[in-house]
Write a protein that binds this ligand. Structure first.
Ligand code: AMP
Ligand code: ZN
Length: 133
């Protein structure tokens, strides 16, 4: 997909700082400069998000997420990671090519990577009846 920025990064048409690459996936530095070590993991094959991603591609992405996360904690001085994903514009997705954000964490780094929700509006039992599978 020539109009997709992450497809262009995956094919090398757009430069990126590649942290790790294999046949099916790529991990590269996010350019947001919002938090130290912000990394994105993408499939090289285009899918929009987790809702349309086939299971083989999803599995490849998650294996790379784990490999990068283990590398960060075993070799780069980090203690843990936050994994973030927005699937669909309703969830805040701004780039329409599936990606998992990895935020490396250190004990007491003071980073707030968890949203402060405003409180549930619906009764938990009502929502449960709607979402149970
Ligand atoms: P999201 O809002 O979850 O879709 O995240 C999209 C992310 O892509 C943001 O954190 C952007 O900073 C990042 N991003 C957009 N363009 C590039 C690029 N060319 N290279 C690296 N990261 C990018
Ligand atoms: Zn794409």
């Amino acid at each position: 997909m020539d109009n997709c920025i992450f497809c262009r990064i995956a094919s090398g048409k757009v430069q990126s700082l590649k942290v790790y690459e294999n046949e099916k996936t790529l991990a590269f530095m996010d350019i947001a400069k919002d938090v130290d070590g912000h990394i994105l993991v993408i499939p090289k094959k285009h899918c929009k998000n987790i809702l349309d991603c086939d299971s083989e591609t999803l599995s490849a992405v998650m294996q790379t997420v784990k490999a990068v996360s283990n590398h960060l904690t075993e070799h780069c001085g980090y203690d843990g990671v936050n994994l973030l994903n927005a699937s669909d514009e309703s969830a805040g997705q701004s780039v329409s090519h599936f990606h998992i954000h990895i935020i490396p964490r250190k004990n007491d780094d003071g980073i707030d990577a968890w949203p402060r929700f405003e409180g549930a509006k619906e009764d938990i039992q009502t929502v449960f009846e709607k979402v149970k599978m």
